[in-house]
Design a protein around this ligand. Sequence first.
Ligand SMILES: [Zn+2]
Length: 362
Amino acid sequence: MADVFTSLVGQEGAVAAMRQYAKNPVHAYLFSGPVGSSLHDAVMAFAAALQCPNNGCGECDICRLVLSENDADIYVAQRAGVSWRIDELREADRISRRRPLGSGFQIVILEEVELTTTGTSPSAAALLKSLEETPTRTIFLLTAEDVPPALDTIASRCVELKLKGLGPDDIAELLVREGADVVAARSAASAANGNLRRARILVRDAELAQRIAQWRSVPERLNGTPATSAALATEIARSLDEAIAPLQQMQDEEMELRIRESREMGQRSVSNRKDIEAQFKREQRRFRIDELRFGLTALTNEYRARMTEGLEGSGVHDARAEYRVGASMKAIGVVSEASRRLSSNVDETLLLNDLMLSLMEF
Ligand SMILES: [Zn+2]
């Protein structure tokens, strides 16, 4: 039977636990799992199960209200910077002391709580305090990509729920179930790196195969002139701009849906529209980085293929093949360095230009 948990594919263990917990909840839960394991979806589904009188039927008004993120008793804390600030956690604490308007709980959702232990003035102590003095009808739902030792005291106040990263087969199966063509679903799933939402975007993306081909053509097209390197960097940057179009379209559709739902529920506008738009922007930034990382993987695969070719084709004294193997190995090193720089918030144009110039030598 379909309920709020049906859409959480590949998470049977966590779903079974959530069904039990929803019947007899405690004050705080900590959801952990890798990027793309649908942490946010899992939290919202569980929140619906907590509020719904039937533990998450997926059909009643309460379930709909929660899943469309319009339940006034659910507060999703917003973070302005790269780590959680103390005043942001105090605001969450203030709201956690409100009495719920409905017959369910006051729910406070705080995502990426590992970011309470980082930054110049870590805010974990403020969060810990809220968890120690939670009012009876309040439930905290926290998420973390992983649980570092610095988070141990917070984790010890929560019931932990671990989600799994999704494999390409899980993702492809789900995409097909959602109506995608089998071939498109497979290639989107393998390009999504375990991230279901990215896969859903890529499956709408007719240009995906072309972008893979573009990255793989780089070694062939670099001819030793800086002008060609610069042109390739520009061309790839332009493809990145185009790659983001399906995501923007998906976000537009989501916003339209929220507007329609708010209207149906008699509200004049979407209550947290600004927050949603900020979240969309963050998602676009993250998407570009994922897309770039994916391109670098395609490029590595191309150099790897060249290396294998060189190895297979070479006799013992074939100097040219030997040179090719050595050059491909060095190129792979350069690409992997670029991939590392990607994690440190580097300027995208600069990264692409540097990369093409360095690869020119091989
Ligand atoms: Zn329901």
